[in-house]
Structures are given as C-alpha cells and as structure tokens.
Design a protein around this ligand. Structure first.
Ligand code: MG
Length: 229
C-alpha cells in the first residue's frame, strides 16, 4: 500500500533550468551595464561554463566570471554586485511551481504523506519552497546537508523513509533525472516515476523508472494504479 509520495524539487516541482537560464542572462546584462566590455553571449557562456565546472549550486559564479576578465577594482565590484542583484530579482519573478503542481499536491496530500529528497543545499531548497509557496506540503525535506551525499546514493532516500516511519515499498519517488533520482530511489527499494517533462535531453534507454509522466497532474492516475494493485 502506498503511504507517501516523495519528490525531487528542482525541475520536478519547479522549472529550475528555465530560471537558471533567465537569471544568468539578467546577470550578464547587468555586468555590461556596469561597464564590462564583453558581449551578452560571451558572459552567459562563461556563467554556464562555471556552473558546469563547479556545479549548478556554486555560490561564487559571478565573481569567478569577472576575475577571469581584466577589470579595474571599481568596475569589478560594481559589475559583481549588479549581477548578484539582477540574478536575485529574476529569481523572485521567475521561480514558480510547475503548472498544475499546486492542485496535484493538494489532491495527493489528502491521501498520502508528501516529502522532498533534494540534492540542493538546505537553505536553497527551503528558499525555493517558500518562494514557490510549496513550503506547507512536505515533511520531511531531506537536502544535501542531511546526509552529505548526493543522489544516486541511497542514503538521502533512506533518511526520508526513516523520518516518514514507512518502508521503501510504501513510497513512490518522483524525479526528473533518470540516473540520479530514479536509480537512487530504486536502490533504496522505492517505486519510481520519471517526470519526463523536466528531463533535459531525454533518452528512453536511460529510463528505468516503473512509471513515467509527461505532466505533473498525471501523477494522480499513477498513484491510483499503484494503489489499485
Ligand atoms: Mg531535479
């Protein structure tokens, strides 16, 4: 019997990649306004190069981009803070739940416990939940800081099960990343559902999930199938 639906956060419940692209663009434009003589395209590429090298949650991206360009101290500081503010502003505008996420969670919450297992740092995960008004739905919220291990380690999944006081086969895990979310949840013994709509460069051969959905509101049907046996 299904007792809990556990979610990945970024790209599953919210459009994290879209937000990262738009906010990087806003930061690049702010750097140019502050006097950096590079093209928007070049600065945007440099921002994503650092994300690729350091991870998408890296916190010193704009400084690293600007240290890589020959700038006087005044312009560097101006551009760095302008980029940070532009990024934050776009974050507040853009970070929204996926379409139909709210209705889906309200509906699921009437039958199941809802939880999060995310690779994001604890404070970032919570900020995103609060910003998207999704902060009331979940217990527990397991983040990278809770185990010090990223998915597909089974540790964060096991931590969530322990706090939920349920067994692995009573949980459905929903995530957009086949190799981290689905493989990790499977290792922990959970039933899995791939959020295909959040998958970047979806490859069917990598999809080992028990179920797949093209929209978040398809999840209700999946839980009914699981519960119906
Ligand atoms: Mg994700």
């Amino acid at each position: 019997m299904l007792k809990a639906v556990i979610f990945d956060l970024d790209n599953t419940l919210l459009d994290f990649s879209g937000f990262k692209r738009e906010s990087a663009l806003a930061a690049a434009r702010a750097m140019i306004r502050a006097g950096v003589k590079e093209s928007e395209k070049e600065l945007y590429a440099r921002i994503f190069k650092i994300y690729d090298e350091r991870g998408i949650e890296y916190q010193r991206t704009f400084g690293d981009v600007l240290y890589g360009i020959s700038l006087d101290q005044h312009t560097l500081e101006h551009a760095r803070q302008a980029a940070i503010v532009a990024y934050q502003k776009r974050k507040y505008d853009l970070l929204k739940p996926r379409t139909a996420a709210l209705q889906t969670l309200i509906s699921l919450k009437s039958k199941y416990k809802l939880a999060i297992v995310s690779d994001a740092p604890r404070d970032k995960a919570w900020q995103r939940l609060v910003l998207t008004n999704l902060d009331q739905f979940f217990y527990p919220v397991v983040t990278f800081n809770d185990t010090g291990e990223h998915k597909p380690s089974q540790k964060p999944f096991e931590k969530a099960l322990k706090l939920l006081k349920i067994k692995a086969d009573e949980a459905l895990y929903v995530g957009d990343n086949p190799e981290r979310d689905i493989v990790g949840a499977k290792k922990a013994g959970m039933t899995t559902c791939l959020a295909k709509y959040g998958c970047i460069g979806y490859m069917p051969e990598l999809n080992v999930a028990d179920y797949s959905i093209d929209r978040i509101d398809d999840l209700k049907g999946i839980t009914e199938i699981i519960d119906g046996g």
